[in-house]
Design a protein around this ligand. Structure first.
Ligand code: GLN
Length: 539
């Protein structure tokens, strides 16, 4: 089997949507009937994204096999509707760690181990392994960072070496940015020309240049870039801002990108079928119904940090669920700390069709979340709690229904009399010994569903598998007491007896899940619980 590789690198600046571009390139090849996989390379030294502050890094996307990766992996999974593994993700830290471990085990048989070639060689090994595992016709590899940076040079070197070894089966795409300075009102190509030259100096020539920008690129600029960057005019692709990222694959196809790519690879193109995808992208803009969801949590007020980056999978899952219900979702981000300083503001929650509390960590804004839960429970507003949102729903229930006023999660109150959410000895040891990297309960675990529950009705299955990322868990000592008072434990992990889903019986929709269902939601296959939540909210 011939494997073909497409490296996507960034020029000019970061934050122009290289991840979505990579996912879209994968999509247009997949839409032609090829098997496609995707790899994300993050040039930082962290071994994974799990130890990074979301303010700095955005969402930590968790794979089935429990890797804590970059949010772009979520874009790949959503666009390609495939499950990726830790093989599809690497960082500088991870690559070095493998090479150093190998050296310690005499894996280099006494040779001098050097940055070049041994680091790029390990990068290549990893790319090839992930490709073979996926039996991929095409692997799209996104090299994080921007060309010209110190950090990603070794990854570019790996890409260059792969091209040298097999030029016919390796292509490069430069994703660049064409600014339109206000005082000029004209799209400027010079930064892209420089980026191309910088890439050239790494021994790499782009096969295509994808030009991000606020507007479409006109013909003169296309021609200019063609001449100055040494790329045919047809291979300069315009990628203006669009109303939804899901329009991007079709936008590329309109400009003939996959045809050109396949031609260059020497592959006779199969027919493209993007129809379902395009329809989905349309529905989101034509849906008549509106559903208003309040997302409540503690939020970080920090410079240019955007919330949407930390909860991108939750947002996309809500959108997908809304489309599946023929509706459009409107989201408001509500800082739970508001309710601590002015509890009267809680009544503002009544204007929402549903409230969602996503995952989180730490102590800030927690009482505000608990007050939110109480409000939704009593006022019968559809409530969906994810991970921390589930744990705090249990705390609220223990306090206000069981009358255990001091009930808490030990994450916030280590010495609480009623640790309704507690920590198991292994996790406690991790925390005490400062072993934070990759030590949470991570990845896919089975969950058995109780018949007749909301969850069971939503999934229409007895047993499901969902992805996790948490350290604390429901304390089964309180299980009976809770059930007696009307909280249903509707999902349990059969191997450990850990509580995975709780819900309330006398409520239109009150569900808390210990896992992160958002990671398994796909645009064309929205997650069953998200779908049920939106359906309840629309009622
Ligand atoms: N902070 C909680 C825990 O560690 C919940 C984590 C989460 O919401 N992802 O268990």
């Amino acid at each position: 089997m011939i494997h073909r590789y497409i490296f996507v690198v960034g020029g000019v600046m970061s934050g122009v949507g290289k991840g979505v571009t990579t996912a879209s390139i994968g999509k247009i090849l997949q839409a032609r009937g090829y098997t496609v996989t995707a790899i994300k390379i993050d040039p930082y030294v962290n071994v994974d994204a799990g130890t990074m502050n979301p303010v700095e890094h955005g969402e930590v996307f968790v794979t089935d096999d429990g890797d804590e990766t970059d949010q772009d992996m979520g874009n790949y999974e959503r666009f390609l509707d495939i499950d990726l593994t830790s093989m599809n993700y690497m960082t500088t830290g991870r690559v070095y760690m493998t090479v150093i471990d190998r050296e310690r085990n005499l894996g280099y048989k006494g040779r001098c181990v050097q940055v070049v070639p041994h680091i790029p060689e390990e990068v290549i090994n990893r790319i090839k392994k992930a490709t073979a595992h996926a039996k991929a016709d095409f692997t799209v590899v996104e090299v994080g960072g921007t060309v010209g940076e110190y950090e990603n040079i070794l990854f570019l070197e790996a890409a260059r070496m792969m091209h040298l070894a097999d030029p016919k089966n390796v292509q490069f795409i430069l994703v660049s940015y064409l600014p339109v300075p206000k005082h000029l009102g004209e799209m400027k190509t010079k930064p892209t020309q420089h980026a191309t030259r910088t890439l050239n100096s790494a021994g790499i020539h782009p096969d295509f240049i994808v030009c991000r920008g606020e507007q479409y690129m006109d013909k003169p600029r296309r021609e200019k870039l063609s001449v100055f960057c040494n790329v045919k005019p047809n291979d300069v692709i315009s990628a203006p801002d669009v109303s939804s990222i899901y329009h991007i694959p079709a936008m590329f196809e309109k400009q003939g990108l996959s045809d050109e790519m396949l031609k260059k690879f020497g592959v006779k193109p199969k027919k493209s079928d993007l129809s379902k995808w395009k329809k989905m992208a349309e529905v989101q803009e034509t849906a008549q119904k509106n559903v208003k969801i309040g997302v409540v949590g503690k939020y970080f007020e920090s410079g240019d940090y955007t919330l949407s980056d930390s909860y991108i999978s939750v947002i996309e899952a809500l959108k997908a669920a809304a489309w599946a219900n023929g509706a459009r979702v409107e989201m408001d981000w509500i800082n739970s700390e508001e309710f601590e300083t002015s509890p009267s503001k809680l009544k503002n929650l009544s204007k929402y069709d549903g409230i969602l509390v996503p995952g989180g960590f730490g102590t800030r804004g927690i009482e505000g979340v608990i007050a939110t839960v109480k409000y939704c429970r009593e006022k019968k507003i559809p409530y969906f709690g994810i991970c921390y949102g589930m744990q705090l729903a249990c705390v609220e229930f223990a306090r206000n229904v069981l009358g255990k006023k001091e009930a808490h999660t030990v994450e916030v109150d280590e010495t609480t009399k009623d640790p309704i959410i507690h920590i198991n000895p292994t996790q406690l040891k991790n925390v005490r010994e400062n072993r934070y990297g990759g030590t949470m309960r991570l990845g896919a675990y089975d969950c058995e569903l109780k018949e007749g529950s909301i969850a069971h009705k939503a999934y229409k299955q007895e047993s499901v598998s969902e992805r996790h990322r948490h350290r604390y868990e429901f304390n089964n000592d309180y299980l009976e007491a809770l059930e007696k008072k009307g909280m249903m434990i509707s999902g349990v992990n059969p191997q450990t007896g850990l509580v995975e889903i709780v819900e309330l019986k006398k409520h239109p929709f009150f569900v808390g899940v210990q896992f992160h269902p958002e990671f398994k939601s796909r645009p064309l296959r929205p997650h069953p619980i998200f779908k049920a939540f939106i359906a309840a909210a629309l009622k």
